[in-house]
Design a protein around this ligand. Sequence first.
Ligand SMILES: [Zn+2]
Length: 93
Amino acid sequence: MGKIDEYVATHSLKPADALYHTNRTVDGTGKIRVLATKDNIARVEYTCPKCSHDDYVEEPWKRPFSVKCSKCSYRIAVPKLKQQFKREMKKAP
Ligand SMILES: [Zn+2]
């Protein structure tokens, strides 16, 4: 079970308790999941698109949000929905 799922389960977190929650692909091969709670802490699970490193971090919540890969220091940013949408539209045949 992922750290975020674990957190949600232990604290019986309801959708209303989250400021922000997203689960995205990053640069095709990476992944980022962010859960920001009302204490202004963002809990982040990611797979680095550069080195495939998986990790979990907690950081102060702010927007735009990004985390640094703990292995290769690549900055993984949460793509803005609109930008990602445009990119995916471009990729579609
Ligand atoms: Zn990395």
